[in-house]
Design a protein around this ligand. Structure first.
Ligand code: F6P
Length: 365
């Protein structure tokens, strides 16, 4: 295997706190080995469409470029969740969007940029893309990012801890206003098809009801919990729902824009349903993209540094087509193939679920 001299870093999918910290760790670890580092703009767009960018789609990353970025949310490289090179959305002259396989363009772009290897920071979509890119003969290593914590094969993804902390704080703040007005406050959090954010923040923030996709809920049970609290003189209720939660026999709720469907709206649907069943006023708060913003927590920053440095050590050791994964007390490398087969959802026999039940939290079942 040829020696690495120059690597590229790409950030794909929804942003998550910690991306810049990983970029710093990869850059510093690579520079230490005498490698050059380039950031690819907006997923793989920077190498597929270099002419679209005034700087040619690549940002030279040196110690100066990554100084003081670790605490920043977002990504200095930009990202996209419409940039799958194997299924790229291209607008035709008639304005119609077509999906095309631009993988040849991608490989040519990577070769043109003289990148010997790629570090790909992303969630399950980005890891699936990285897996296909590896099959085209490109050396690539994945780093697991997502606030959803739903990537299989790793105990945690970076970004999750920050989202969890923010959601917990938000639930804490809702207590005072809910209590003051004797209301039901519903807080909807992101997480796609996994209930990690809702469960962790709901339990830590002492929500009275926690609804997750893994446990379809019965609205009667939720209403009964509200009324039970009213009877006990606790005239307010906090409900924390995952965006992917659904009623028994029902379906998750999506919003559509430009042919793309995103989860969202279950909080208000629950509110509507509850309004006819309980005596309290019901209000909804959607945390949405706030969960992805802001400074990464200390835990996320450390995890990001560990992942970034491990990605470079992995490349140096000749690894490719693998993802760095947290396996306390250390990190390991797992085949990309493995982490893209399924998502990691909350196991119903885990102790956090048992804790919720022991503490009297209603899980909607
Ligand atoms: O995967 C991260 C995530 O924030 C999900 O929790 C959410 O469903 C989705 O991305 C929202 O994506 P978008 O950036 O397209 O609104």
């Amino acid at each position: 295997m040829s020696k690495i001299k120059r690597i590229g870093i790409t950030t794909g999918g929804g942003d998550a706190p910690g991306l810049n910290a990983v970029i710093r760790a990869v850059t510093k670890s690579a520079i230490k080995r005498g490698w050059e580092v380039f950031g690819i703009r907006n997923g793989f767009d920077g190498v597929m469409y270099p002419d679209k960018f005034p700087d040619g789609g690549l940002i030279k990353l040196d110690s100066d470029a990554v100084r003081g970025i670790s605490h920043m949310g977002g990504t200095i490289l930009g990202t996209t969740n419409r940039g799958n090179p194997f299924n790229y959305q291209v607008k035709g002259p008639d304005g119609k969007v077509e999906k095309k396989n631009l993988s040849d363009q991608l490989v040519d772009g990577i070769k043109e940029a003289k990148l010997d290897a790629i570090v790909s920071l992303g969630g399950d979509g980005s890891m699936a893309i990285a897996n296909e890119v590896a099959k085209l003969g490109i050396r690539i290593i994945g780093v697991p990012k997502t606030i959803d914590n739903d990537l299989a094969g790793t105990v945690a993804t970076f970004g999750f801890d920050t989202a969890f902390a923010f959601a917990t704080d938000a639930i804490g703040r809702l207590h005072s206003t809910a209590s003051a007005h004797q209301r039901v406050m519903i807080v909807e959090v992101m997480g796609r098809y996994a209930g990690w954010i809702a469960l962790y923040a709901g339990v830590a923030g002492t929500a009275d009801v926690v609804l997750i996709p893994e446990i379809p809920f019965d609205i009667e049970k939720v209403a009964a919990k509200v009324e039970e609290r009213n009877r006990n003189g606790r005239n307010f209720t906090i409900i924390c729902t995952a965006e992917g939660a659904m009623p028994i026999g029902g379906e998750a709720i999506y919003k559509e824009q430009g042919g793309i469907k995103n989860l969202g709206g279950i909080g208000e649907a629950i509110a509507e349903d509850l309004r006819g069943r309980v005596s309290n006023q019901v209000r909804t708060v959607v945390l949405g993209h706030l969960l992805r913003g802001g400074m990464p927590t200390a835990r996320d920053r450390l995890l990001s540094f560990r992942f970034g440095a491990a990605a470079v050590r992995g490349l140096e050791a000749g690894k490719s087509s693998v993802m760095v994964a947290l396996d306390p007390p250390t990190v390991k490398y797992i085949p990309l193939e493995e982490c893209t087969k399924r998502i990691k959802v909350v196991q119903l026999d885990c102790d956090t679920i048992a804790t919720a039940r022991d503490l009297g939290t209603c899980l909607g079942d």
